[in-house]
Structures are given as structure tokens and as C-alpha cells.
Ligand binder design. Structure first.
Ligand code: PLP
Length: 439
């Protein structure tokens, strides 16, 4: 009997024993195509020789040095590389062990920044419905997914949630995409004014919404308007690119496509590509200097921040992406994946929308294409598709829709950037089999 405490206590899971390229192998020798990269983690595939070598060399040289006493070469080099390629005035990198730690640190940094500048009244955060920012209590409070939040609601700090930018069901009849984006962006201003214009510390959003919505980018102009509003009211813009960052959308940082730069940027998943648990919170020089010229101490930290082996893995991953042109490849293969999905499911009576950027694509399932009516959540469609796809040898990431019917069940695909055209066909074939079995 296993003593591992799994997430799903009623499921009995096969044991993964190996991974190569885009595939995972279980103890019975069954092969699974990693069509969601775990959860948008495996951007390089599972057996990248350069990353394996970098990890092995680093662990042999220096496994750990506490950052309260020492910095390390890979942490310094990775920070330089990220900053050299980051948008706007991003200047400093705070390394953590994963996505929730990154967003949690971002919330605390935003608060401390305003305190250091003599604005203690800035204590509100605004985020969006249909979002996910992690599972620790601060990050969970920022997320707008009711299913994940409900049972912990009494423990969560009060964060307001405005509408997401979710064109598929949000845009009104006769309303242009641009006008829709401006309308929902303006909800931020209304919420800032409602809370008190000098009492809001930050707005947090995913540039392309992942786990809760299925690869939904904002419409043209939305994030530019958000940036304007944040600047007008002295509110920090925190972009959570834990899922959509690190090349996943065909840009190293997803916000590049929206033409905006944040004050604080969170990445994780693809940064370590699964070879090590690592995330990072990046911030502008202005924010860093507020701390440096103020108390001189960011009052937050975990034992494993800046871990030498994790940063060595991250360094090898980012170098691989840049030196092998993998971000560009992700953009190109992403277009091919979109085309293949449209060809196969574009006329499917229960596929309402196919969207995304790069190798970050979502397929939304609906009971009725004309009305966009989602399936009854009681059918558990997403869970059944996940199981059927797994049986067919495909790992994908189906999620149930929000219970209020704002969005329906959807399937997220986020394969490794090394995926080939034949493998795109393999993914689409297996997905088709799984969907057909469940509808
Ligand atoms: N933020 C976003 C956008 C995510 O998608 C996730 C995880 O799915 C997180 C934060 C939390 O990351 P982690 O699971 O590494 O803590």
C-alpha cells in the first residue's frame, strides 16, 4: 500500500519511470504524449541533454548555499539573462521554488513598496474572475476561481475581482473587440474609485489566462488601457506569467504581445521546464530602489530561494530557448497546432471556440454552438475527457467550466516546443478519440 498522499485519493495512478522527448513512460511500458507539458511545464521535453548536464554539474560542484549568507554563480547569471531579455524597466529577479511562491512574493513586495514610500493606506489588491494565481493563501485569495476558493474562503484576505477579458462569451452583440476590451479594462478604474483611489496597491492578471479558462488572451488594447489606469492611480501592475510565460506563447514573456510591461512579473513552470522546481518574481528598478533606499530588507523569504541547482537548471533552459530558437519554433508550431485543431474541430457541433497563442491553446466545449450554452457541470465532462485521453495515451489538461456558466468545460494543450508536425497530428487524433468517447 502506498504512503504517498496523492491529490486524488480515490484514483490509483500508474508510476512514471521515464521520459524522453514529448513522451512519458509508465512502469508497464505504456507511452503517453505529454500534450499539456504537465501543466505548461515541460517546454523542452523530458530528456534535454544540456539541462541534464547543467544540473548534474551543478549538484556535483555546489548543491546548496543559503542566500542569507551567499549568492551563487548560476543565480547571478540567470538573473542577468532574464533581465537582459525582460520587458520595460524590469531590473531585479527574486528566485523562488514555484508559481505560488512567486505570486505570493509579488503581493508582499507590492505592499512593502508602498509602505517604504510612505503610503501605508495602500492595502487593496484587485484581480479578475476566472483566474488562478496559485494555491497558497495569498495567491488563492487573488485567484478568482470559485471552485478552488470556496472551502478556504474564511481564510482568504479580501481581494476584489473584476471581469476577465473573455471575448468568447463577454463581448456584446454589435460591440467591437476593441470596445469590449476597453469596457472590461475600465472596470478596473471603477473598482479603484470605489475602493478609494489612493488605497489600491496592485492589480494582478494573467496576460493569457491558463488553468481557469483555457488559453484566453486579452483583446487588442485591453492591457494598454490597464497599464494607463494603473499609472494614473499609482497602482502596481503585477503580471502572472507562471503558466503563459517563458516562451510558451511564442514570446519569451507573454506581455510582449500586448505591448505592455509590468511593474512585477511572475514566472515559474517553464523556467525550470520540469528539471528543477523554480520560479521567479521580477521587478522594476524603481521598486527595488524603494526597498534598497528604504529599509534595505525585503521582509519575505523561503529557505530555498535562489537554489544553485534550480537556478543552474533555469539557466540551461533559458539558454536552450534562446540559442536554439525555440521561442520562435513555439510560435510557428503553435500556428500549426491551431490550424490542426480548427481543421479537426472547427465544425464540431460541441466545440465553441479554439484559441490561444504559441503552443498554449484552448478548446472550449459547449452544449450548443449557437447559444454558447455550456454543458451541465454535473456531467463532469472535463474529468471524463481527461481520463479518456489518458487511456488513449494523451496527457491533456481539461478543466470544468465556472458554475455560473460564464465559461464552459475546456481543454488546455501546452506541448513541448520540440513537438513535430506528425506529433501534432498524434495529439489531435487522440483528443478526437477522447472527445468522441465522452459526448
Ligand atoms: N499562477 C498561474 C497563472 C498558474 O497557472 C499557476 C499554476 O498552475 C500558479 C500561479 C501556481 O503555480 P505553482 O503550482 O507552481 O505553485
Amino acid at each position: 500500500m502506498s504512503h504517498v498522499f496523492p491529490r486524488h485519493t480515490k484514483a490509483s495512478l500508474p508510476t512514471a519511470v521515464a521520459g524522453y522527448g514529448c513522451y512519458l513512460i509508465d512502469a508497464d511500458g505504456k507511452r503517453y504524449f505529454d500534450g499539456s507539458g504537465g501543466a505548461a511545464v515541460s517546454c523542452l521535453g523530458h530528456s534535454d541533454a544540456d539541462v541534464i548536464k547543467a544540473v548534474q554539474e551543478q549538484v556535483g560542484k555546489l548543491a546548496f548555499a543559503h542566500t542569507g549568507f551567499l549568492t551563487s554563480e548560476p543565480a547571478e547569471e540567470l538573473a542577468d539573462l532574464l533581465v537582459a531579455n525582460a520587458p520595460g524597466d524590469i531590473d531585479r529577479v527574486y528566485f523562488v521554488s514555484g508559481g505560488s511562491e512567486a505570486t505570493e512574493a509579488a503581493i508582499k513586495l507590492a505592499r512593502q513598496y508602498h509602505l517604504e514610500r510612505g503610503e501605508p493606506q495602500r492595502r487593496h489588491i484587485i484581480a479578475r474572475k476566472q483566474s488562478y494565481h496559485g494555491n497558497t493563501l495569498g495567491a488563492l485569495a487573488a485567484g478568482g476561481n470559485e471552485w478552488r476558493r470556496t472551502q478556504f474562503a474564511p481564510l482568504l484576505i479580501g481581494i476584489s475581482h473584476i471581469s476577465p477579458c473573455y471575448e468568447y462569451t463577454g463581448r456584446g452583440d454589435g460591440e467591437s473587440s476593441y470596445d469590449y476590451g476597453q469596457r472590461v479594462a475600465n472596470e478596473l478604474e471603477a473598482e479603484i474609485l470605489r475602493l478609494g483611489p489612493d488605497s489600491v496597491m496592485a492589480f494582478m492578471a494573467e496576460p493569457v489566462v491558463g488553468a481557469t479558462s483555457g488559453a484566453v488572451p486579452a483583446v487588442e488594447g485591453y492591457f494598454k488601457r490597464i497599464r494607463e489606469i494603473c499609472d494614473q492611480y499609482g497602482v502596481l501592475l503585477i503580471l502572472d506569467e507562471v503558466m503563459c510565460g517563458m516562451g510558451r506563447t511564442g514570446h519569451l514573456f507573454a506581455c510582449e504581445a500586448d505591448g505592455v510591461a509590468p511593474d512585477i512579473l511572475c514566472v515559474a513552470k517553464g523556467l525550470g521546464a520540469g528539471y528543477q522546481p523554480i520560479g521567479a518574481m521580477l521587478c522594476t528598478r524603481q521598486i527595488y530602489e524603494a526597498i534598497e533606499h528604504g529599509s534595505g530588507f525585503f521582509q519575505h523569504g523561503h529557505t530555498y530561494i535562489g537554489h544553485p541547482v534550480a537556478t543552474a537548471a533555469g539557466l540551461a533552459v533559458v539558454k536552450a530557448m534562446l540559442e536554439r530558437g525555440l521561442v520562435q519554433r513555439c510560435a510557428e508550431m503553435g500556428e500549426k497546432l491551431q490550424a490542426a485543431l480548427e481543421e479537426r474541430f472547427g465544425q464540431h457541433p460541441n466545440v465553441g471556440d479554439i484559441r490561444g497563442r504559441g503552443l498554449f491553446r484552448g478548446v472550449e466545449l459547449v452544449a450548443d454552438r449557437a447559444t454558447k450554452q455550456p454543458f451541465d457541470p454535473a456531467l463532469g465532462l472535463a474529468g471524463r475527457i481527461k481520463k479518456a485521453a489518458f487511456q488513449a495515451g494523451l496527457i491533456c489538461y481539461p478543466m470544468a467550466g465556472t458554475r455560473d456558466g460564464r465559461n464552459g468545460d475546456h481543454i488546455l494543450l501546452a506541448p513541448p516546443f520540440i513537438i513535430t508536425e506528425e506529433q501534432i497530428t498524434e495529439v489531435v487524433d487522440k483528443l478526437e478519440t477522447a472527445i468522441a468517447q465522452c459526448l
